[in-house]
Structures are given as C-alpha cells and as structure tokens.
Ligand binder design. Structure first.
Ligand SMILES: *Cc1c(COP(=O)(O)O)cnc(C)c1O
Length: 395
C-alpha cells in the first residue's frame, strides 16, 4: 500500500509520546538527520547537543558511559570503546609518539603485555616492565622519556597488589601519566582517580557487563584535554562501541553492585574452604588475613576485594586435567567476571608463552588455577570444589 509519501524510503518519524520508555531504547541507527545545515554546524561546534554519525557517538554509548563515569567518579565523560583492548590501545597508541618510553606492570593482562612487547617498539616507543608492588623497581625503570606507567591494581593471576598511592606520587614527581586498568577490582572496591590516577580504563566485558555476552571497554582521563584526545583517537581509529553491546552492558550494570557483593562473599567462603582441603597446596585471596600484601590491601581497598581466587593443586598436568574434568558445571574458560563461576589454568592459557622456569618464578605451576567466582550458591560451589580436588587426588 502506498501512502502520500510512498516513494520516500524512510518517511516515518517516531510516534510522539507524552510518556517515556522506562528501559533505554536500543538505537542502532548509524546516521542522524539534522534539520538544517545551520543546526548541523551548531552540533559540530558543540552549541547544540545531537548525534551525527555513530562512530562519533550514539545514545547507548552515552547511557552506558555515564553510568561508568559515576561509578568511577570520572572528572569528564569517559569514552566507550569496542573492547577493553581498544581502551588500552587508545592510551598506549593515542598518547605516545616515537621516542617516548612506557613502563608496564610485569603481570599485566596478556594482550597489554604483548602490545608493550611488540607493537609499541615497532612504532618507536620503548617499553620496560617492573613489579608495581615494588616502588624502587618502578623508580629504577624511569627514564627522562617516560610518558606513561600502566598498572593493574591486583595482578593476574597471582593477585598481588600495586602500591597505587606511591606510584601516583612517583608519576606526579616525574611528569608521567599513571594509567590504571581497574578491570579486576572495579569501582565497587577501588576508585583509582581518588588515589591520584591520571587515566582509568576498563574491560567492561568482564565484571561490569557481567554476562559474557558483550565486548566493550571504557577509558577516561583526569585532564580535559587528554580526555578529548582519547575520544578523538578512538573515533579516528574506529574503536567505536556497538549500540547493542552498550545496551546489554547497561542492563548488566543495573545489577553490578549486587553481583559484586554476592560474588565477593562467596569468594571469601570458597577461599577459606579451599584451605581446608587435602590436595590444595596454597590459596591466594585478597580477602584473607594471610595475603602477602595485607597492609596495602587494607589501605587501598578498604574491605572490598574482588571475586578472584587462585589456588595451587598438589600435582602436575595429570592432576590438573582430572580436576577440570571433575569440576562439574563450572566452565573451564579463559575469562572472568561472568555470572557463572569460571576456572582458568594459566600454564595452558594466559601464560603458556612463558617457559616453565619463568612460570615457576611467578609461582605458577601446572597445578595453579585461577577461579572467577560467580553467583552460585556458596555451599554448592564449595562442594563442587571438594569433589573436584578429591578427584584430582585420586588418580
Ligand atoms: C580482559 C581484560 C582486558 C582486555 O579486555 P577485552 O574486553 O577482552 O578486550 C584488559 N585488561 C584486563 C585486566 C582484562 O582482564
């Protein structure tokens, strides 16, 4: 049937409504139509708020992004990116030039390490790694050309803690930007801007979105000009977040605080339970009194930790195989922050590129596992681990 605008492909505007939808509408539109060239001019100049082309911004990115801004206490609106690695790339590639030097924590996320080891040097940016819990080692790595120090608060998978306050001071004294990847701790446990970080970034893919069905990142800078540079770089390089992912992430974040608290409580119970099992050599959890960085944890995290527990099983690869086979209902998968508990095995995944000797130096044997605790009933989860550890011991 033809209406009076029958030959126009998109004749219909949204119907008017005096009420608004409670749920954020999904806006997949790539382009936005302005009324006149004058108005478009004003949009580009910032005089009128409005979207133009979704690589430059769209409503779903803004809704999700403003939620993370509030959680992190970001001084300026952060940028939603297509993945956590896009956020890392925006910082490391967008804010450096040939001749600069970047220092990274020695236990960064694997892909961040790879960017430091391979991509930055190819572009003429030199890199060094140092232990972020050892401020003297970090100071020793500084050079006159150092531009950025990139650290994570809690290291993966050994769960050691970076001395963020001392690092912020070191960075400030030397005119270096302190960049904190806050993916593991999340703003529920730690807000890096309050401790002097210059830039904070996230893999929203993990705990914030929380359901392993979106891939997103977020990054924001304390300094307005730097924050703008990050935005412009992500738009230019096309690191844009998809509306659907942002929409799902917003939905996930509605329950983030509850999920975090529940997972942390269960992680605490599970860590304690693991210490009672025959066949478990050691347990690492930032919530336990015996954590080697106890004082730093109390100072920085003030009672909240994370949902990650690492432990070492007695035995080698054969026992590790028996354990994952017997861990019924848990996904043996290289991710974290899902609603379901996942277990990962650094020796065969994230740290497989290292020699066995190097892994041993970091405390990662064939029996070493990392658990991302989900929302299961704590007693049920503890029972699954009891059974799986017993199965590993029985071979
Ligand atoms: C997963 C992860 C990243 C990368 O995020 P993606 O969304 O997978 O690109 C960066 N940092 C940390 C700490 C992570 O866990």
């Amino acid at each position: 049937m033809k209406n009076e605008k029958g030959s126009i492909v998109r004749p219909d505007a949204l119907p008017a409504s005096a009420s608004r939808p409670v749920v954020t509408p999904l806006s997949p539109s790539v382009v936005y139509a302005s009324e006149t060239p004058d108005m478009l001019d004003q949009q580009y100049e910032g005089g009128l708020q409005g979207y133009t082309y979704s690589r430059e911004g769209h409503p779903n990115a803004d809704v999700a992004g403003r939620r993370i801004d509030r959680m992190e206490g970001a001084p300026h609106p952060g940028v939603m990116t297509s993945s956590g690695m896009a956020a890392v790339s925006a910082v490391l590639l967008g804010l450096t030039k040939a001749g600069d030097h970047v220092i990274g924590g020695n236990q960064l996320y694997g892909r961040s390490l790879r960017m430091m080891a391979e991509d930055l040097p190819r572009l003429g940016v030199e890199t060094s790694m140092a232990d972020p819990g050892d401020i003297d080692a970090m100071r020793a790595a500084l050079r006159p050309e150092t531009r950025i120090i990139l650290v994570e608060v809690v290291s993966n998978p050994t769960l050691r803690v970076a001395d963020i306050r001392a690092l912020a001071e070191l960075a400030r004294e030397n005119g270096v930007l302190l960049v904190v990847d806050n993916t593991f701790t999340t703003p529920r446990a730690f807000r890096p801007f309050e401790f002097g970080a210059d830039i904070v970034l996230h893999s929203v893919t993990k705990l914030l979105a929380g359901h392993s069905d979106v891939m997103l990142g977020w990054v924001a800078a304390r300094d307005a000009a730097l924050n703008d540079r990050l935005r412009v770089f992500t738009v230019t390089t096309g690191m844009t977040a998809s509306p659907f992912d942002c929409w799902l992430a917003e939905r996930g974040m509605l329950s983030f605080d509850l999920r975090f608290d529940r997972a942390q409580a269960t992680a605490t119970a599970l860590a304690d339970h693991l210490t009672t099992l025959r066949g478990v050599k050691r347990v690492l959890y930032p919530g336990r009194a015996d954590h080697p960085d106890r004082a730093l944890l109390d100072e920085l995290l003030g009672g909240r930790f994370c949902n990650m527990v690492s432990f070492e099983l007695d035995g080698g690869r054969a026992e590790a195989n028996a354990f994952t086979r017997a861990a019924e209902g848990l996904s043996f998968a290289p991710t974290l922050g899902d609603v379901g508990t996942t277990i990962s095995h650094p020796a065969s995944s994230s740290h497989r590129a290292l020699t066995a000797e190097k892994r041993a130096a970091l405390g990662m044997s064939e029996g070493f596992f990392r658990i991302s605790v989900g929302l299961e009933d704590p007693d049920t989860l503890c029972q699954v681990f009891s059974d799986a550890v017993a199965a590993a011991g029985a071979i």
